[in-house]
Ligand binder design. Sequence first.
Ligand code: PMP
Length: 303
Amino acid sequence: MNYPDWIWHNGQIKPWAEATTHVMSHALHYGSSVFEGIRSYDTPNGPAIFRLTDHNKRLYASARIYDMPMPYSLDEINAACREVLKKNGLGVAYLRPFAYRGLGGFGLSADTPVDMSVAAWKMGAYLGEGVLENGIDACVSSWQRFAPNTIPAGAKAGGNYLSGQLVAREARRLGFGEGIALASTGLLSEGAGENLFLVFNGELHTTPISAALLNGITRNTIMTLAQKADIKVVERDIPREYLYLCDELFMCGTAAEITPIRSVDGRVIGEGVAGPVTRQMQKLFFGLFDGSTPDEHGWLEYV
Ligand code: PMP
């Protein structure tokens, strides 16, 4: 990873090496952090952060779920995101605002103070070079996602990503590009760090938020763009075997953007290449950044 020079930490821009935390930080021991992943893109009107406010609203929602008092306001964190990009001279980047219980007080119910930070760095395609065009081979994980009312899937919290690590590392170990998890119901949930869309007869089908998944902002973007393009979107419970039967399949997320899936568990999907609906959704999505898709919702928040 190519670290940039500056990072925002507890209200100040600091040299990267100085933004440290104590080994006894609560979050290190108990996973008590909440975070976001946001991308910025170069657009014809200059660098813009994609859905910055929506992402940071979700950051505050994640903190609310864990009853974690946030020491800075949403506006302050939005401003910090812009400041970190500017100070590092970054245009196309990945931003990581986060909050975590730091040092002071110990034990699970301690009111350990919350620290906040915003980092940003250059990042290419998350699942590897060329995957946006060529797609990946995926597998269904032997690990399920958390059951309802155990660990809340709707929060983007550090501890949740123990599940994602099991799913993703198993997939890589077996030679796949990414893993797909089932919910505790046995029905389809989502990828290790991505939501899923299946295409049947030109319609987009995606799993519902009750299927132990993170309510993705890219997922919402795709649903909104599809509806505008008269592509029907269906949110429904999907049994595993429909992964093998769909015409097209893709993963989506801030990091993964829209990554086609060419096979699951060795079954080739469609023609084994990105299908027409997947390509249309990629065109509409990436068109937001070159101006070919109108930004009707104010999603581009300029730096
Ligand atoms: N699910 C999980 C588990 C994720 O980590 C992510 C990435 N944040 C997503 C889905 C996609 O969410 P988004 O589109 O908001 O990045």
